[in-house]
Design a protein around this ligand. Sequence first.
Ligand SMILES: Nc1ncnc2c1ncn2[C@@H]1O[C@H](COP(=O)(O)OP(=O)(O)OP(=O)(O)O)[C@@H](O)[C@H]1O
Length: 355
Amino acid sequence: MSALEIVNIRKTYGDVETLKGIEIALESGEFLVLLGSSGCGKSTLLNIIAGLAEATSGDVRIGGRSVLGVHPKDRDIAMVFQSYALYPNLTVHRNIGFGLEMRKVPAAERDQAVREAAKLLQIENLLERKPSQLSGGQRQRVAIGRALVRKPEVFLFDEPLSNLDAKLRMEMRTELKRLHQMLKTTVVYVTHDQIEAMTLATRIAVMRDGRIEQLGTPSEIYDRPATLYVATFVGAPPMNLLNVRVHGGQLQIDGSDTVLPLPDGLETRPKDRQKLIIGIRPEAFRLGSSELMIPAKCEVAELTGPELVVTAFAGTQRIMASLPPRTALENGRPLTLSFDREAIHLFDAESGLRL
Ligand SMILES: Nc1ncnc2c1ncn2[C@@H]1O[C@H](COP(=O)(O)OP(=O)(O)OP(=O)(O)O)[C@@H](O)[C@H]1O
């Protein structure tokens, strides 16, 4: 039995369809990240799971039971929002235990649950403070603690780290991962941050315009993106996309003399003269000649610390390469970018679908 099933969910606001038939089944203990740019429908889907919004059609099942028409508090879920929505006048202890208090859970039992959650989150020493006496990260922990004590079937997170600064964000990300590994609860987590998605998820649903563009493990999404959209959404700098044309069983890069072989294991064989897009990740390049290479001209080299990000031109097309930091390069000089056959991703130029 799935912990959470989302069955053909559609949502229409006026005459605009915001969700266009979403289908996901989650096993118990999975960490699903809904990833997509602003407005793609992530929050709407999360709110429908939570019961804060109503679907136009479709079904949501939690622990095998349809929850349509069931009040949010009776859905066996707990939600953590971007704004932590703590009660300013209550102590951390009462904030964490508030849901239990509302359910008339006896004080001793409540206290034990609050202390357990606080221990997991390493905020035991803060239980008597008020939210105003806490840092952003500590407040976020309290908000998570409040969800933890309810021991729900499914946790829902709506961009919980987006109000934190970069360093704290990274710390809390690791903290969430540690918690999930320990508690093995089922999670649905909304973000537009691809690093958060890659590091936290057991599966990622890349959403675009109310649809799921690809649903897969982080490595499936990264290593075998199903569409051009997914290919460029995950990875930084983004995957290089070069226009090519099939010519005598080979790929001719537009605006350059370079010819590359067709990669192995294509699901669809391209037709002669078909317009394709070849994708190569910046980190797949190395300097020097090999069987597969693209001659290019270095335009700009930027040292970020851990890597040297090079912007170059292959004929008229721009390429970015992430190289080791101590690579010696001169602006305006020619360079040869090599890569392995497995590094080649091929997409149809019109449909954007992977071949
Ligand atoms: N109550 C509403 N009435 C009308 N349109 C809405 C309503 N709520 C959301 N929408 C629209 O539905 C679409 C999806 O919104 P949603 O908030 O789910 O996107 P999102 O992917 O979560 O974006 P963000 O990352 O910016 O929060 C948007 O175009 C939004 O304007």
